[in-house]
Design a protein around this ligand. Sequence first.
Ligand code: LER
Ligand code: MN
Length: 271
Amino acid sequence: MIRSAVTISLVSQARGGPFVYWDDLAGSMQRAKELGFDAVELFLPGPEFVDRKYLRSLLDELDLSVAAVGTGAGMVIHKLSLTAFESPLRDQARQFIREMIDFGGEFGAPAIIGSMQGRHTDQVPRPTALGYLTEALHELGAYAGRHAVPLIYEPLNRYETNLCVTMESGVDLLETGQVENVKLLADLFHMNIEETSIAHGLLAAGEHLGHVHFVDSNRRAAGMGHMSFEPIAAALRQLGYSGYTSAEAFAFPDSDTAARQTITRFRELFR
Ligand code: LER
Ligand code: MN
């Protein structure tokens, strides 16, 4: 069964970004529960930012799960990247991600590599960057396996990376590199920019699909843009997808309205 999740960001440097709830962890989790979400996806400044016992107690009390944890703060705050020219920055990026894998793993949640993939540049040509990325996915995928969770890799749109921007290129990266225990994240916003057809993109991801960012064409909550969700839901059903569709969307016009709109559209499509 497909499960619902909603994002919570505690990263002040990412203000204005596509996260539904902000700042107040306990209050946001309470609202997620009241609205009927199964889980929360957490975007944190780092692995030590939230006390693990406190988070465990909130999850138990509210009967919520953690769908995934983001690692983008490594880029936003520390300017780290798995494909940086300077090798210490690449090493620190891996270390940051390992620590986020450990954090998420404690809650049965995978870590997501999105913006931490970086991009190829004049200094780091495409084959070199793809080599760094593949090597990192090998190591970090195996590392995630210690917690019995996958690692999640997210193709982004062309304005955020020039490495993999479609599901097909993500599949190619994983298969050519023989990378194990790494799944793909299908972010419908990025796909709306890059894919010929979002449904075909999902089907191309196939068994590699591990997570979905559920959002409309304009990055507002599902139902507040011009995305055709029926073919998307049909493709997910055809795949037998049983992971999360997680609302990574702007808090527009406000967090509760975006969350309520998301869960309403989720129920229409998947329940
Ligand atoms: C992260 O999930 C994402 O989609 C990126 O656009 C954030 O930079
Ligand atoms: Mn995303």
